[in-house]
Design a binder for this molecule. Structure first.
Ligand code: MLT
Length: 324
């Protein structure tokens, strides 16, 4: 019986090392064919995915020999974790390994927006020299509102502080005496106050049933007209038509999106707007982050197959044999 199925494009030295110890089958396009994936999954003891393979309850029901599902990344919205737990399958993820890359991209998006860099670049490449058209703003002294104060929000805020930004945070699951917020000297406020006071609002929300369309018309209306909205978390947290309207009606000044409600998206109005920066979900795509992510997921899958507890288990379902 083969051991490990990798259903997306995941490569590197850690995968090579895994292949020396286990029978690993890599089918980078298999995620595009759920029926084929379902037909094959029963042969394997482990599955490794990124964010494109939809690990549904139906797939899990067919995964009768699978002991572990390794998610190479942080978000778990493509995995039915509860169904996996009910089936006694361990789910692992890599919650920390790409956080610095995402935080760095968030800072990059703020700078792109504040200094009109993408438009100035395109214009200059086209042979123009329009210095006065691209008057921007400093980040210094401005307020960054972090919506979702987990590790990526924290790392983004920490970097923003190096620019002299003040930090507000909203997170209903974080207490006001949280040590990371104290270290940032950040104020934990309610969402309305954050939206009203921030010059940049950065989403760090996971995709859950509660966060769908969290950023909607009412919330964009509360933001400053001069404010920027950035999102490198999940596309589902934004109601895109409401964002388009807020930008068209100049309720906010601009937006940078690394993630979309449907990926890849249909070309629409956002693609035509001057004050919008669009990226293809690349926040975690650095050599450094991917090396860490791949190493962590491969190590954890190997650990579970060898009867050891993983370092990054999601939830509490760990088969009994891992503690023997
Ligand atoms: C993550 O959740 O880790 C990033 O968004 C990248 C990915 O989805 O693979």
């Amino acid at each position: 019986m083969p051991d490990i199925l990798i259903s997306e494009n995941i490569q590197g030295v850690a995968v090579d090392a895994l292949r020396e110890r286990f029978d690993v089958v890599i089918l980078p396009d298999l995620w595009k064919d759920p029926a084929r994936l379902k037909a094959q999954i029963g042969l394997f003891r482990a599955l490794i995915v990124r964010n494109q393979t939809q690990v549904t309850a139906e797939l899990i029901a067919a995964a009768s020999n699978v002991a572990v599902i390794g998610r190479a990344g942080a978000g778990l919205d493509n995995i039915d974790v509860k169904a996996a737990q009910r089936a006694g399958i361990v789910v692992t993820s890599t919650p920390d390994q790409n956080a610095i890359s995402v935080a760095e991209l968030c800072i990059g998006m703020m700078l792109l927006l504040a200094r009109h860099l993408t438009n100035a670049h395109a214009n200059t490449r086209a042979g123009q020299w329009n210095r006065h058209q691209y008057m921007g703003n400093e980040l210094y002294g401005k307020t960054l509102g972090i919506v979702g104060a987990g590790r990526i929000g924290f790392l983004t805020a920490k970097r923003a502080q190096a620019f002299g930004m003040k930090i507000l945070a909203y997170d209903p699951f974080v207490s006001p005496d949280n040590i990371l917020l104290s270290e940032l000297n950040a104020s934990l406020v309610d969402i309305d106050e954050l939206l009203e006071r921030s010059d940049v609002v950065s989403s760090h929300l996971p995709a859950t049933p509660d966060t769908g369309h969290f950023f909607n018309a009412a919330r964009f209306s509360r933001m400053k007209r001069s404010a920027f909205f950035i999102n490198a978390s999940r596309g589902s947290v934004v109601c895109e038509p409401d964002l388009v309207a807020a930008l068209q009606e100049k309720k906010i000044a601009g937006a940078a999106l690394d993630v979309r409600s449907v990926e890849p998206p249909q070309t629409g109005q956002l693609e035509t707007m001057e004050n919008v920066i669009l990226l293809p979900h690349i926040a975690a795509f650095t050599h450094e982050a991917q090396q860490r992510v791949t190493t962590a997921v491969c190590q954890d899958v190997a650990r579970v197959l060898n009867g050891q507890p993983p370092h990054n288990a999601v939830g509490a379902a760990i088969p009994e044999q891992t503690f023997q």
